[in-house]
Write a protein that binds this ligand. Structure first.
Ligand code: NAD
Length: 268
């Protein structure tokens, strides 16, 4: 197995540091470089010491082009505006890009699809095997149950998270909507407040909780008269996302251009 050289943009972030650590220490992978936004306090520091491991002889820079040049695949868990810039770099270089950033709007997603005509891009709101399996289960359950079963999705994350509902909650919502041959945008109730009126049949409701250091918890609830099914996933470490991202990098490196999902990577 040839070694897969990994670049990490946003390398000083919560996910970035875990990605750096796993890329540098997982057999079959090596760390090729990392970047941050211009002006970031950590610029110039060694990527290894930033990630809590031994020095790697690689300084954190602010030039993503250098990261793309040195890597077979680049991992991007940053912010939507930065991710669109990185997607353009992937298109220009043909290098593989793995995007975990959430909160990208429809116009941004159209730009990702455009970039994916020239580079292999894996884009997923959640890279863990468990959540992607859960999405498959949610799809099957939604398909099996009639619309008299109300579907609600609850998620909880740490206090620093900036977008809601979480990318994972939306991923699960899309899986449930697909099980009912519907598009999530047409049937989603993204937060309720005030005199909302009775629940409309066939909708998928979302509730987002924020607090503490919760890595990520999601429950999909199917409720009807006299019974309820709840499917839950709890993440206790960001490593599950980083492991999935490395698997996605190995899948995408050298593959033909296209926009891929974790389903493709995991063969679900
Ligand atoms: P974070 O704020 O700790 O890290 C984001 C990093 O991106 C910061 O260090 C920031 O300085 C950096 N950044 C911003 N602009 C940049 C630019 N132009 N170039 C390079 N770096 C830049 O956030 P986090 O908790 O690590 O999460 C990051 C993203 O990943 C969020 O969107 C989050 O929802 C998502 N996420 C996805 C998954 C998944 O499995 N898909 C898992 C966890 C988090």
């Amino acid at each position: 197995m040839t070694e897969c050289r990994i670049g990490v943009v946003g390398a000083a972030g919560r996910m970035g540091r875990v990605l750096v650590r796993l890329a540098a220490t997982t057999p079959g992978f090596s760390l090729a470089g990392g970047s941050e936004r211009p002006g970031a306090a950590e610029l110039g520091r060694d990527l290894g010491s930033l990630a809590g491991i031994e020095d790697q002889g690689l300084a954190l820079g602010d030039d993503p082009k250098a990261v793309f040049a040195a890597a077979d695949a680049v991992l991007d868990f940053t912010v939507p505006a930065a991710t669109l810039g990185h997607a353009a770099l992937a298109a220009a270089t043909g290098k593989a890009l793995v995007i975990g950033t959430t909160g990208i709007d429809a116009a941004g997603e159209a730009k990702l699809a455009e970039a994916a005509r020239q580079a292999p891009i894996v884009y997923a709101g959640n890279m863990s095997l468990g959540v992607n399996l859960l999405a498959e289960l949610v799809n099957q359950v939604a398909r099996a149950l009639d619309p008299a079963w109300d579907i609600e999705i609850i998620e909880m994350h740490h206090r620093h998270k900036v977008d809601a509902p979480s990318g994972t909650a939306l991923l699960l919502g899309r899986a449930a909507a697909a099980g009912r041959d519907a598009k999530l945008e047409d049937i989603a109730d993204r937060g309720r407040d005030g005199i909302t009126g009775a629940r409309k049949s066939g909708r998928i409701g979302f509730a987002a909780l924020r607090g503490g250091d919760v890595v990520g918890e999601h429950s999909v609830i199917f409720a009807t008269d006299s019974e309820r099914i709840e499917l839950t996933h709890k993440a206790t470490s960001r490593e599950i996302f980083a492991r999935g991202a490395l698997r996605a990098a190995r899948f995408a490196a050298g593959r033909k251009p296209g926009l891929y999902r974790m389903k493709d990577v995991l063969g679900l």
